[in-house]
Design a protein around this ligand. Structure first.
Ligand SMILES: NC(=O)c1ccc[n+]([C@@H]2O[C@H](COP(=O)([O-])OP(=O)(O)OC[C@H]3O[C@@H](n4cnc5c(N)ncnc54)[C@H](OP(=O)(O)O)[C@@H]3O)[C@@H](O)[C@H]2O)c1
Length: 285
């Protein structure tokens, strides 16, 4: 029986990136829908769950994407609410690539340092990718500092993370010049997840941190977030720190995206969200 992936995209035009990855991950057919909302998704879900027998539903799966992560999460909530009893199919959410990128970044760090008890700083932590990287770290027992230009926005994101991660050790911080020394103090892992083309720190600012062991910059658009990291860096050594750039993380991200998609067809009851995708990243290693 053919493996069918139904792509539900919250943007008007469904992402060609997500569609190509779906084919490369082994889907035999990809049905792509754009402009999908909680209000119009129910018939699409019914079409997925009412066409094949319950014991065949693992051959059909859903993928939620699009540039707006909040819209994607609202869609996921509606999709899972529409399932009932055995009438369900597996579903993955990776709006804006946020889950796979964040999980790949954290997994890159985990290759070099023990995340439990580690002191980490996520710059740009209020964005979709930074938020999820901080969430995955907090779930791994890392002591997370989540930074924004606004302490209020950082605090709001910390509240959201505490609501999903029991016993999270996470505190808000600011990345403005006045507070930077305090924000950087004692960190061992640095993940820069700022908007494209935003530089947070000069090379001297991060390379001179005595406690820093691993630095990861997810911004591929010049200037990069951490000056001196090349986008292609993959466990490169800069001033004694292990460094990854956006493309250096990209290989793991693509592998993770494909592996997670392939898992969707293992059974008909998986919900591959931030937590589940981070678990798959840890399995890949
Ligand atoms: N390698 C990959 O495969 C991959 C995949 C997806 C994304 N990415 C990259 O990952 C990074 C994060 O993505 P995202 O979608 O989460 O980013 P985003 O939402 O565009 O930005 C993240 C945060 O950056 C801060 N920011 C925005 N403009 C700023 C400025 N001028 N100065 C300082 N801070 C600023 C904002 O925080 P505050 O307003 O709270 O300060 C924002 O929440 C991006 O660089 C993106 O290109 C890489």
């Amino acid at each position: 029986m053919k493996k069918i992936l139904i792509q539900l995209d919250t943007d008007p035009l469904p992402s060609t990136f997500d569609r190509v990855v779906a084919v490369d991950a082994g889907a035999d057919e990809v049905f792509s829908y754009g402009g999908v909302t909680p209000e119009n998704v129910t018939p699409l879900v019914h079409g997925a769950i009412f066409t094949r027998g319950p014991d065949e539903l693992n051959h059909t799966a859903l993928f939620i994407g699009g540039s707006n992560v909040a819209a994607g999460e609202a869609l996921l909530a509606k999709v899972t609410e529409t399932f009932f009893g055995p009438m369900r199919v597996s579903v993955m959410i990776d709006s804006n690539g946020s889950n796979t990128t964040a999980a790949a970044a954290v997994q890159a760090a985990a290759r070099h340092v023990d995340l439990q008890g580690l002191r980490a700083l996520v710059l740009g932590g209020t964005g979709p990718v930074g938020h999820r990287a901080a969430q995955i770290l907090a779930a791994a027992g890392t002591q997370v500092r989540l930074a924004s230009r606004s302490l209020g926005r950082a605090a709001e994101t910390c509240v959201a993370i505490r609501s999903t991660v029991e016993n999270a050790t996470i505190e808000p911080a600011t990345s403005t010049d006045d507070d930077l020394t305090q924000t950087l103090d004692g960190i061992e892992l640095l993940i820069a997840a700022g908007a494209a083309g935003v530089q947070f720190l000069s090379a001297d600012q991060w390379q001179s941190l005595p406690s820093l062991k691993v630095a990861i910059d997810l911004n591929a658009v010049p200037p990069v977030g951490l000056e001196g990291i090349a986008v292609t860096d993959k466990h490169a050594d800069h001033a004694g720190k292990l460094c990854y750039g956006a493309i250096g993380i990209g290989g793991t991200k693509m592998k993770l995206h494909k592996t997670a998609l392939a898992h969707l067809f293992d059974s008909n009851n998986l919900v591959l969200n931030t937590t589940a995708i981070a678990e798959i990243a840890a399995e890949i290693g």
